[in-house]
Design a protein around this ligand. Structure first.
Ligand code: IPE
Ligand code: IPE
Ligand code: MG
Length: 236
């Protein structure tokens, strides 16, 4: 992979609608979505993508029924302890972004377990956003910055967009390519700070059906973009 595509992020949307379209329960869609994530994580690694961020559960997803939330949490535990752990043996390091508060103890334990078992992997990083909100992340970073300013660990003059980014949940490069599956064209409070110059690929395909070929199309879309970062083309 050329080095200008360092960080890909995915809003894995459309599990419920995929299931309904197949005459299945919404929760079956989440199960299928888990399998898709396994495939895509391996595929991204093979393509040489160093950072993959995925939106697994938003802070606002707690508004859903208790049954659906519990199903998702149980599924995540299963993935962290088994399926994903296996996939990560290929050299993928797992990190998490999001708030710990409101997460069940068994979910936190499974998260810790996969962090531990993959911490020395250095092929690429899989950043799983769980109980995650982009605005919440900016608020949480601001509170940490306030503390450091108060304690003199950070000087006001040192604060800029790069130093601010160090206070986010994970120290990751900016997002180069954002993929949202499942027809909707919105950001739904995902990685707002990191997304400032991301190229955005919206796909009508529901996440469970989003395969390696669809991922490759998103990558091809990225390489067809002319990124200017506020500059003008061919400015020397
Ligand atoms: C994305 O699929 C997975 C999560 C939000 C956890 P959805 O569950 O949002 O599926 P749709 O959008 O209702 O089809
Ligand atoms: C975003 O999808 C969250 C995840 C994919 C985990 P949602 O389905 O929650 O977003 P909205 O409600 O359509 O904006
Ligand atoms: Mg959705």
């Amino acid at each position: 992979m050329k080095k200008d595509l360092l960080h890909v992020a995915i809003i894995m949307d459309g599990n419920g609608r995929w299931a309904t379209s197949q005459g299945l329960k919404r929760t079956d869609g989440h199960k299928e979505g888990g399998k898709t994530l396994e495939k895509l994580a391996l595929h991204a690694k093979k393509l040489g993508i160093k950072y993959l961020s995925v939106y697994a559960f938003s802070t606002d997803n707690f508004k859903r029924s208790e049954e659906e939330v519990n199903y998702l949490m149980d599924l995540l535990i299963y993935y962290f302890n088994h399926k994903l752990k296996k996939v990560c043996e290929e050299g993928i390091k797992v990190v998490f972004s999001g708030r710990k508060e409101n997460l069940r103890k068994d979910v936190l334990e499974a998260m810790q377990s996969i962090i531990e078992s993959t911490k020395n992997n250095n092929e690429c990083v899989l950043n799983i956003c769980l109980n995650y909100g982009g605005q919440e992340e900016i608020v949480d970073a601001s509170l940490k910055i306030y503390e450091d300013l108060k304690q003199g660990k950070l000087k006001k003059e040192e604060l800029n967009r790069e130093t601010f980014a160090k206070y986010l949940y994970q120290d990751l490069p900016p997002i180069d390519l954002l993929i949202r599956t499942g027809k909707e064209k919105r950001l739904s409070n995902f990685m707002l700070y990191q997304m400032s110059y991301a190229e955005i690929f919206f796909s009508d395909i529901y996440f469970p059906a989003f395969d390696e070929k669809a991922f490759d199309e998103a990558i091809a879309f990225f390489y067809n973009r002319d990124r200017r970062f506020g500059n003008v083309k061919n400015n020397n």
